[in-house]
Design a protein around this ligand. Structure first.
Ligand code: WTA
Length: 658
């Protein structure tokens, strides 16, 4: 255990080591440690050669003149090249003989009267036609290259169709997770200046209908930016209709040709913007461009998931998150893989649903989040054991640190001790997996994402940028550019520099604390900024605070993360009431409601504590570390001399104990 000037301490000890299963390497893309070392060396020493070779496995209308043009903090990859992401995911696959192969294998949530779910097998040829027709429809509605199109859909094939249609014509999509509320839609639409929204009447989730169209209608009361709302009929529930603005998906595609020119996009033209939480109240629009993102997601999908022709690949993430963008849609399709999409919840009708699906579709590669694994553990292995999981050959984890107990359960109960686990560390901003084992070659230890992927120069440093030694906790940074790195924050170049390139001189700062062990393996310890990771979903504490403060009884609020058995992190809110307002259970409920309404149920605090004042430093900064300790019930330690008012702490502690 040691501490640097970062204040990050690491105390976890884990010595179990698991070699890749015998025989796995023989059929794997990366088949020996020597091959990994050689390729890694080249990727760092000669990134142009390494990434140029990778890019050559894809289709380009015109090749690049320069692989990389880099001046901190701005990278341009495959400079001068022209390509199209949708063309690579569809036409290029069909040209290689995959026209009749299933591209998307979809399963709806509701069970029909025969007890079976609705299934759809959409081939690459059909998907190309669906995308072409919808893309032509978007054009007819006036969508042009460079426009932003908002997508607010359930986890259904049409979400992929809408994304690919935007990519085909060069419009940037901005996908909003279906669990977000109307206020979140307003903020994102306004920031992106998006004039079109694609949504559905509703989505099925845990036996209920999520009223997507109604949420959009509510959102559009507070903005008049949007001129067209396209509505897919999916659940069949009744929806309101605004004449002139609302148009049915079926009318958008009616009479449209399936052929739609794939716009030759400049490699650096934007592909999409995706909003994520940061340390201020306003979500930031992460911008990804075409060529580099395509190459990064293509190559990581191929090598990390070791995708081969007969794999049935299932990533359980929602398309509303980066994992859904990179590893449900773009990465697997650019590899010509069959990607599974499931509409609903893991526990509908019970926690055996995923395992029934693995059996039904003979899923071979399965990628999910630690929070889901913990929920399955709690539900009990009987629900798993009644299903035949012998088709599985590789398991993946993403979104938050996986605790060794969950890792072992995943390995034994789901993987039957024969499937390697790839614990993949990456971010919305990185676009692709950055730190990960390679299934055939990297010995794994429960709880570590192990080693950097090709081309990734990751390091643990202190605040001055000095690299730290083994097992010293510090800041995780990336020192060299990589193809799928974010190109900026939409409309906010200053924030881009401030957020990622200012804390540590000259390098990309991830916002995560981590350490490297004696074998060079990276152990991620979690965010060191004001971002909390609840069930693998990133939430900014500032966003939740501003929701709480919008209630007219609240004077001030501070939100911190605390350990949570199932969610990884839970949310604790410390609330100071206005003079004359009194704490009560009703008020707590009302405040929970305010957060749910303005962000979504995923941001609902687990605890609300009323307090008279918040502990602050002399400069007025809320002492979050202290609040975290209070929230997690730990003893107060550390330096408290900068506290403005010791009695605050005492009072908080008192409440904590009471
Ligand atoms: C965390 C999700 C530990 C981390 C792809 C990161 C992880 C944030 C892992 C990004 C992992 C993601 N081990 N922590 N394997 N994967 N994280 O943008 O804190 O939603 O900075 O991207 O999740 O979350 P985001």
């Amino acid at each position: 255990m040691s501490e640097s000037n970062t204040g990050i301490e690491s105390s976890m000890q884990e010595n179990r080591l698991f070699s890749p299963p015998a025989g796995f390497a023989e059929k794997a893309w990366i088949s020996s440690r020597e091959q990994y070392e050689t390729m890694y060396r080249q990727s760092i020493d000669e990134p142009e050669v390494f990434w140029g070779n990778a890019a050559n496995e894809l289709h380009w209308f015109e090749k690049w003149t320069t692989v990389l043009d880099w001046k901190v903090p701005d990278a341009r990859w495959f400079v001068g090249a022209k390509t199209n992401m949708a063309y690579n995911c569809l036409d290029h696959q069909i040209a290689q003989g995959r026209g009749n192969k299933t591209a998307i294998l979809y399963e709806g949530e509701p069970l029909q009267s025969d007890g079976q779910p609705q299934l759809r097998h959409i081939t690459f040829a059909q998907l190309r036609d669906d995308v072409g027709r919808f893309a032509n429809g978007l054009k007819k509605l006036g969508v042009k290259k460079g426009d932003r199109v908002t997508i607010y859909l359930p986890m259904i094939p049409e979400a992929a169709v809408a994304m690919l249609a935007c990519a085909r014509i060069g419009a940037s999509h901005s996908v909003i997770f279906g669990g977000f509320s109307s206020q979140a839609i307003v903020d994102r639409v306004a920031d992106a200046k998006s004039t079109i929204i694609i949504t559905a009447d509703g989505g099925n989730r845990r036996g209920q209908v999520v009223p997507l169209k109604a949420n959009v209608d509510e959102a559009l009361k507070s903005t008049d930016l949007v001129r067209k709302v396209i509505i897919l009929k999916h659940t069949g529930n009744a929806v309101g209709w605004t004449e002139g603005r609302d148009v049915a998906w079926s009318d958008v595609i009616a009479g449209q040709s399936t052929d739609c020119l794939a716009e030759p996009m400049d490699s650096e033209d934007p592909l999409f913007v995706l909003y994520t939480s940061g340390s201020t109240g306003k979500p930031k629009g992460i911008v990804h461009t075409t060529g580099g993102y395509m190459v990064g997601t293509y190559l990581t999908s191929k090598y990390v998931f070791d995708l081969h022709e007969n794999d049935v690949y299932w990533c359980t993430a929602d398309v509303g998150w980066i994992t859904g963008h990179s590893y449900v849609v773009y990465g697997p399709l650019a590899n010509g893989a069959t990607t599974v999409m499931y509409e609903g919840a893991p526990n509908h009708p019970d926690f055996s649903r995923f395992w029934a699906m693995v059996e039904r579709h003979k899923v071979s590669v399965f990628y999910t989040a630690p929070t889901a694994i913990r929920a399955f553990m709690k539900a009990g292995r009987e629900l798993v054991d009644k299903h035949d999981l012998s088709s599985l050959r590789l398991l993946g984890s993403v979104g938050e640190p996986i605790n060794p107990e969950a890792w072992m359960w995943y390995r034994e109960v789901i993987g039957h001790d024969k499937c390697p686990i790839v614990d993949t560390w990456w971010q919305t901003e990185t676009g692709m997996i950055m730190i990960t084992p390679l299934a055939g070659v990297t010995p794994t230890k429960p709880g570590t994402a192990t080693l950097p992927f090709f081309g990734v120069d990751a390091a643990i440093v202190d605040r001055d940028g000095t690299e730290l030694g083994p097992n010293q906790g510090g800041l995780l940074v990336i020192r060299k550019p990589w193809p799928s790195m974010l190109r900026g924050i939409f409309n906010d170049p200053d924030r881009y520099v401030k957020q990622y390139w200012s804390d540590v001189p000259g390098v990309y700062f991830t916002g995560d604390g981590a350490r490297r062990d004696g074998d060079g393996y990276f152990w991620i310890m979690g965010r060191v900024d004001d971002v909390i990771n609840v069930s693998g979903h990133r939430l900014g504490t500032a966003e939740i605070e501003s929701a709480l403060v919008s209630h007219d009884s609240v004077a001030e609020a501070a939100v911190v993360g605390m350990p949570h058995e199932m969610k990884g992190q839970g949310i604790a809110a410390f609330v100071v009431l206005k003079t004359g307002k009194l704490p009560s259970e009703e008020l707590k409920k009302a405040l929970m409601g305010v957060v749910t309404k303005s962000i979504g149920a995923l941001a609902r605090p687990d605890q609300i504590r009323f307090t008279e004042t918040l502990p602050k430093t002399r400069s007025g900064k809320i002492m979050r570390r202290l609040l975290k300790e209070v929230a997690s019930g730990n003893e107060i330690k550390g330096d408290t001399t900068t506290l403005e008012d010791f009695s605050v702490l005492a009072k908080l502690k008192e409440k904590d104990e009471g």
